[in-house]
Design a binder for this molecule. Structure first.
Ligand code: KIV
Length: 281
């Protein structure tokens, strides 16, 4: 018998109150986007939240921005990700135009996403201007992750995907947005593409976890787009980090297959080229 029995691994609880309580705990929240069942099952044990971002319009469907993403895509991909998630919470992005017109429409669309996907909650872009809607939703049982700073759904009015909070007025506005989202009941808030001083100010100003993306260190967690860290995106943002070059590996595998088909090396003996074909039972 071993003198030191293995310490049981303690899995942090993954539900909305537990995630919210991670603020200031010294255990940063880890979030990656996911869009498919296999991605979700591979990432699940390493992250607290799988985010079905509307970035799927760009990374999976080749859209130039996130504005053309229909609710149906979010429902289909959200359902796929929930199927692959064992322990991580799944949050689904509400696409452009599905929550902006009124709290009533927002409630109907969020309820549809939660019902059809089985996700834990939704993400909504917007600050002060969306606070009434977020309050309406959270008080009726919809867990909401906020999103302030650079809001990709505002790309047309911003004139591009630009860093935010470069002057005092802009910093003050982002802090006010984060506070409004917190007061409306959001359980955490994504802060995208801001100067580190803004991240510091927002993280100090609110009592919910602030999840940075391109916001530097002073946050309570970090989120990145899965295709960016895997090296699958042609032009990943500079704030991201590529941990592996799957693009190169996929091209290499495709090239080897093509070469082997053209030379007659595939199928080979291992693929049963010389045996009789048997149907799997
Ligand atoms: O759509 C998305 O993937 C996002 C994250 C990058 C935060 O909003």
């Amino acid at each position: 018998m071993s003198a030191n029995p293995p310490t049981p691994s303690i899995q942090p609880q993954r539900n909305v109150p537990a995630l919210r309580a991670r603020k200031g705990s010294g255990h940063p929240l880890v979030i990656l986007t996911a869009y498919t069942t296999p991605q979700a099952s591979m990432l699940d044990e390493y992250v607290d939240i799988l985010l079905v971002g509307d970035s799927l319009g760009m990374v999976m469907y080749g859209e130039p921005n996130t504005l053309n993403v229909p609710l149906e895509w979010m429902c289909a991909h959200g359902k796929a990700v929930v199927r692959g998630a064992q322990q991580a919470c799944v949050i689904v992005d509400m696409p452009f135009g599905t929550v902006q017109s009124s709290p009533y429409t927002a409630m109907d669309n969020c309820a549809r996403v939660m019902r059809e996907t089985g996700c834990t909650g939704v993400k909504i872009e917007g600050g002060v201007e969306m606070a009434e809607t977020i309050g309406w939703l959270t008080s009726r049982g919809v867990p909401v992750m906020g999103h302030v700073g650079l809001m990709p759904q505002h790309v047309k009015s911003l004139g591009g995907f630009k860093k935010q909070g470069k002057d005092q007025a802009s910093l003050d506005k982002i802090v006010a947005d984060a506070k409004a989202v917190e007061q409306a009941g959001a359980f955490c808030v994504v802060l995208e593409a801001v100067m580190p001083e803004v991240a510091e100010a927002v993280t100090t100003a609110v009592s919910i976890p602030v999840i940075g993306i391109g916001a530097g260190h002073p946050c309570d967690g970090q989120v990145l787009v899965i295709d960016d860290i895997l090296g699958l995106t042609e032009r990943a943002p500079t704030f991201s980090k590529q941990y592996v070059n799957l693009n190169g590996l996929i091209r290499q595998a495709a090239k080897e297959f093509a070469d082997e088909v053209r030379s007659g090396a595939f199928p080979g003996e291992a693929q049963g080229a010389k045996q009789e074909f048997k149907l799997k039972k």
